[in-house]
Each structure stands twice: as C-alpha cells, then as structure tokens.
Ligand binder design. Sequence first.
Ligand code: ADP
Ligand code: MG
Length: 269
Amino acid sequence: MVSEPLGQQGAAIDIRNVTQAFRTAGDVDLPVLDDISLRVEPGEFVALVGPSGSGKSTLIRLLAGLDRPLFGTVSVDGAPVTGPDPSRALVFQDPTLLPWRSVRDNVALGPQARGTLGRSQQRIDDALALVGLSDFARAWPAQLSGGMAQRAALARALVNDPTVLLLDEPLGKLDALTRRGLQGELLRLWHDRGFTAVLITHDVTEALVLADRLVVLSPRPARIREVVPVDLDRPRDQSDPAFVALRAHILDLLDEELTTTPDALESIT
Ligand SMILES: Nc1ncnc2c1ncn2[C@@H]1O[C@H](COP(=O)(O)OP(=O)(O)O)[C@@H](O)[C@H]1O
Ligand SMILES: [Mg+2]
C-alpha cells in the first residue's frame, strides 16, 4: 500500500510544428526534425518507429525537456515544456544505474534529489515491487541481468509517479525472451498506472504488441510519414491476420522510405 495514490492520470502531449536542427562542426545546420505535429491523448500508448538516425531520440529529448526545439512548441497538459521534470520520466536503452549504489538506492535517487527521501520509503519499496525486484533491493547493479537492470531503471522512473513515461528503445539490448517478458511488464504497468507512454523502438512487432498508435517517421529530417492506429484487443495475437497485415503495412512504409532515400539504406537493422 502507498500513502498517496500513484498517478492514475496520464498527461496530454501536444507537439506543434516542431523543427529541430543541430549546428555541426563545419558550422552547417543539420536538419533533424521537419515540422512534426502530433497530439498524444492522456493515458495513450504511442510508438515511434523510423530508420536509425532519423531523429527519434531528438524528438523524445524535446518531450523530456532536455533540449528545446528550434521552431514549434511542445506542451504537456497545456503547459509548455521548458526543462526536465520528474513527472516526465525517460528510460534509455542503457539502464545507467550508478554502480556504487544498491538497486534500492538507485531507485531512491529521484526522491533523494528532491529532498523527499524521508517520506518516500514506502514509495521506493512499492516501485521495486512493481517491477518484481523486491528481493534484489540490496543487490549491486553488477549483480543484475540485463533484464533486471532495465527493471531497476523502470522502477527509478516510476518512483517519481510520472504522468508521461518516455521510453527510448528500453528493450533494445535484451535477448528475445527477456524482451517479450518485459513487453508484458510494460503493458501491465501502463494499464495499472495510467501514464501516457511514448516508446521508440526498432522492432515493429514490439510496437504493434504495445501501442495504441504507431507513428512512422521518415529518414532524417524526420517527418511524420503516417500515423497508424492499432485497433486490436490486448493481449495481441501476433498470428492474427489483422496484426500480420498491419505489420506488413508498416514494414512497407519503412522500406519505401529507405528505397527512396539511398542514404538511409545503411540504417536498416
Ligand atoms: N546534440 C547533437 N548535435 C549534433 N547532431 C546531433 C545531436 N543529436 C543528434 N544529432 C544528429 O541528429 C540525427 C538524429 O539523431 P537521433 O535523434 O539520435 O536519431 P535516432 O534516435 O532516430 O536514431 C543524427 O544524424 C545525429 O547524429
Ligand atoms: Mg535513438
């Protein structure tokens, strides 16, 4: 049991006409995002798919408030995003646990940084329980498998009770079996906690297993190629003809982008 109710409400995300470019070493602007507009509804699960190097991480960093767009706006529940906030948690491919802190102390980082450690003890234990790591609270990160380390990273994000969970290829380095297990975990957490989820993944099947909508991006500079709703009940059956057809459609879209843009061929994974 937790003292305060955990976030049952996801936030709405509004991305409006966002364009981003980076100044490279040669003083040339590298266009990365080209006029991206997207609204994510409260509690929705959206997956971003696109060639590597297209600008997916750039976009999610804008949602996290780690960078600011060159043009356009990003707002969450109507408020412009001006910097990072624990209500918008970001989980990366690399769990980035501090090796000198126990699993529990890693999960406690957020509350500790905000000076709420004292009254967050239950919340920390709850976050560990949510991801099935209660028995490993005192373990060191080096003692965890890849899947367990990623669960710890999820607990570290969830302890802050986010209204938005941003996932940048969080399962990308895991073996297929662990990956499938964690996909189920992610769905359960999303369902139970009600946060809005934005997931970047290379894996079209993973995106279709998890998301309400897939946003297919073009090669860099990323434009929205198509937004594909996934109107299938969960848990989703990958052999369902509707699932198979959607998968083929998304792969076609990605292929088309790659064949019309020779530069992107190197990014096929
Ligand atoms: N801070 C930065 N400075 C300069 N170039 C960047 C920066 N961040 C990303 N890029 C470039 O922007 C492009 C898109 O990167 P990224 O968003 O990481 O792609 P993705 O996540 O889709 O693989 C790449 O060409 C990358 O090298
Ligand atoms: Mg990336």
